[in-house]
Ligand binder design. Structure first.
Ligand code: BGC
Length: 742
């Protein structure tokens, strides 16, 4: 293949396809992630122009709340079937950026504030999708955690949080699920555009993680194609009309770009085409919109979090009693908010309307009234709308109030400035609850809302986040108890925006975002600072109850095996999401008080028990050591907590783990403390008369000399010891100690 042909392979033919070069077919890539957005007419990446009908599954904000990797695998596979039906080779998803701040406009497209959960769910999604012969595009690599200034902004992150929080889920998905492509993000990472970041795209992604697929740019993320190719970018999207192909060819001719780098990118494009050609020949089921709508409903029902369900006069408000009269209130009951705005916007095959589904489930002759209560665009007479809604609520036996954010209030492309529900909705809520104590609120939103003013008023609260096209039916299923809610929060709900970890560093300034909270993202922050949230990470109730007992841990070579007995102690069948948090209080490095390192989903009949087992991967116990630039598992005790949420620990136990052999060579710059930690060091230092010998020495001095001396670099002893010790003495000592440790 000529350099011209190789360069041509590396940029798009148009908005959604690659060029046909020689025998290689043109490939179609399109959004993603929760539905296929296949445009056959006008094209755009903002969700403006139309697209072919496709099933709109719950966006990641909803899907994540299922905590269910089997469900995400099924969704991935169904999306693959639809991609194939619409002639798509690569679906642009999943999005797995960490929800660092609730104001990020694109949080609805991401799974969680936690890398473990994001990685596990996304890996299954990718496996499901790719089982149908369609490739995934893991995005946005990396640290794209704000929409503000996203095409220039630099995410300035220290090595540990970068590795342990922001790259962790990417690493897991790349290594476990081998996505065909990874999409590099718009932003810069520590000063260098992701698309030009050789460290990110080549050293980490390929050399360390062994990624062998294609790196595609986010749409329009390439600033300088020549630099990008040198850094490891394979495909620039959309096309540049051949302009950047010429730049690549010229740069090779001028000796500014290694011809080998261009050949390598072409090789990876050829391999991608081979995967796509094989994929197109894979036998899969035909796309049936009804079956996929039913799947979307089943999935959505498992994405609804029951945040609160207190009794009113000894009787819980939920599930609803079909025989009772009901007032349904809120614009979102008849105009559902079910997906986010921007490039992921799907043209649904159908749309369930919550009000219609509630009517249908309440049955013929049921007494169900409806009032909008507010408008989402500020039009109309707010007081009049509120009053008629309050009258309806008072006249019924129960009220169900749909609140949330409208599409124009959050979207890809911009961040929110605050996390409040609109004031008129809060006023309506207060008046409705005053008139009707038996009120349940249903929430629709893409980003976290401040729920303190809601939680303090209503006895029952359901969080639907965004549920996709079948969300209306799914909400009815949960409201009436046909499905027992089991979903869990994937993000902390703070009492106030000022409590959030990145509050002072979001969205940054002058195109830089300092990640000042470091490792302490999401619940890691609230736990470390002992801040109470309104609802903690992992929280979610059920119409039944569960008990945990007999946690057993064993240290295995590949991690910690944890088993706990979970019993359904209530009267209904239910699903429990069993969470395992790990703590290492005596760690030698700063660590969050606890971190999610495993979870399992278990379905139990009333009274039934099950031993739930998971393996906490040894790799997940490691921290990133900045001195060795490697992962290190510390030896010693680890506490494992089996929990129903990050703040509802049911039982815990401790297990001893053998640490990694990791010793940095001792040098003249090592401190006395570091030297003293080596076996035999005390005696050797003692012979040099460098440390106080006995407790009596200390007593005589009236201070603990050893404590004072631990941070002195060994080389400084040359002057402190007044000539008693020579450089040769010290070098001999270090050699002896280093030999003893190796
Ligand atoms: C988004 C990507 C999307 C692409 C193509 C970009 O604006 O950031 O997530 O896949 O457009 O629509």
């Amino acid at each position: 293949m000529s350099v011209e042909q190789q360069a041509a392979l590396g940029s798009g033919a148009d908005f959604w396809s690659t060029k046909q070069v020689g025998d290689l077919p043109s490939l179609v890539l399109t959004d993603g992630p929760h539905g296929v957005r296949r445009q056959v007419g006008a094209t755009d990446h903002l969700g403006l122009a139309g697209s072919e009908p496709a099933t709109c599954f719950p966006p990641a904000v909803g899907l994540g709340q299922s905590w269910d990797a089997d469900l995400t695998r099924k969704v991935g596979a169904a999306l693959g079937v639809e991609s194939r039906a619409l002639g798509v080779d690569v679906l642009l998803g999943p999005g797995i950026n960490i929800k660092r701040d609730p104001r990020c406009g694109r949080n609805f497209e991401y799974y969680s504030e936690d890398p473990h959960l994001s990685g596990r769910l996304a890996a299954s999604w990718v496996q499901g999708l790719q089982s149908t012969g369609v490739g995934a595009s893991l995005k946005h690599f990396a640290a794209n955690n704000t929409e503000h200034d996203r095409m220039r902004s630099s995410s300035d992150i220290a090595p540990r949080p970068l590795r342990e929080i922001y790259l962790r889920a990417f690493q897991y998905v790349v290594q476990q699920a081998q996505p065909w492509t990874v999409m590099c993000s718009y932003n810069r990472v520590n000063g260098t555009y992701a698309s030009e970041n050789r460290w990110l795209l080549t050293e980490v992604l390929r050399d360390e993680w062994c990624f062998d697929g294609v790196v595609v740019s986010d749409w329009g993320a390439v600033q300088d194609r020549v630099k990008a190719v040198a850094a490891g970018l394979d495909l620039e999207m959309p096309g540049s009309g051949g302009g950047t192909d010429r730049q690549v060819v010229d740069a090779v001719a001028a000796g500014e770009l290694d011809a080998e780098a261009v050949a390598r990118t072409a090789g990876r494009m050829i391999a991608l085409a081979a995967k796509a050609q094989a994929g197109r020949a894979t036998q899969i089921p035909a796309f049936d919109p009804d079956t996929h709508h039913a799947l979307a409903r089943q999935v959505a029902a498992h994405c609804v979090v029951l945040l609160k369900n207190d009794p009113v006069e000894q009787q819980a408000v939920l599930p609803l009693d079909a025989g009772h009269s009901l007032a349904v209130i809120g614009e979102f009951a008849r105009t559902p908010r079910y997906q986010g705005g921007g490039s992921s916007h799907v043209n649904p095959t159908r749309l369930d309307i919550p009000l219609g589904e509630i009517h249908a489930m309440a049955g013929d002759g049921a007494d169900v009234t409806y009032m909008p209560g507010f408008t989402t665009d500020g039009s109309g007479d707010a007081a009049a709308l509120r009053e008629e809604a309050v009258r309806a609520a008072a006249a019924a036996e129960t009220a169900v109030l749909f609140l949330g954010l409208a599409a124009h209030q959050e979207s890809e492309g911009f961040d929110r400035e605050q996390i409040e529900l609109p004031a008129e909705q809060l006023e309506l809520l207060a008046d409705v609850v005053r008139a009707q104590p038996r009120t349940a609120v249903v929430l629709s939103h893409g980003g976290v809302l401040r729920l303190a003013p809601v939680e303090s008023l209503v006895p029952a609260l359901l969080d639907g986040a965004l549920l996709g096209q079948a969300g209306g039916g799914a909400l009815a299923d949960v409201l009436f108890g046909r499905v027992n809610p089991s979903a869990r929060l994937t993000e902390t709900v703070p009492v106030r925006i000022q409590d959030t970890p990145a509050y002072l560093d979001f969205p940054g300034e002058h195109s830089h975002v300092g990640y000042g909270e470091g490792l302490f993202v999401g619940y890691r922050w609230y736990d470390a600072r002992a801040i109470d949230p309104t609802f903690p990470f992992g929280h979610g109730l059920s119409y039944t109850s569960f008990a945990y007992a007999n946690l057993e841990l064993t240290a295995e070579t590949d991690g910690i095996a944890a088993t706990v007995t979970v019993t359904n102690t209530g009267a209904r069948p239910g699903r429990e999401v069993v969470q395992f948090y790990v703590a290492k209080p005596d760690s030698s490095v700063a660590r969050p008080p606890q971190e999610l390192k495993g979870h399992a989903v278990v379905d139990l009949a009333p009274g039934a028990s099950e031993r739930v087992s998971i393996l906490i991967d040894r790799a997940d116990l490691a921290y990133w050591d900045i001195r060795g630039e490697r992962w290190v598992v510390e030896g010693g005790d680890y506490e494992v907590r089996a929990a129903a949420s990050s703040r509802d620990i049911r039982t815990s136990a401790t297990v001893e783990v053998t640490g990694d052999a990791f010793a940095l060579p001792l040098t003249l710059n090592s401190t006395l403390g570091e030297v003293m930690a080596a076996p035999g060091a005390a005696e050797l230092l003692g012979t040099l008369m460098l440390m106080p010998q006995t407790a009596a020495d200390n007593e005589a001095l009236g201070i603990d000399m050893a404590k004072m001396m631990v941070s002195i670099p060994v080389c400084r002893l040359l002057s402190f010891a007044g000539g008693q010790v020579t450089l040769a003495d010290l070098e001999k000592l270090l050699t002896q100690l280093n030999t003893g440790r190796s």
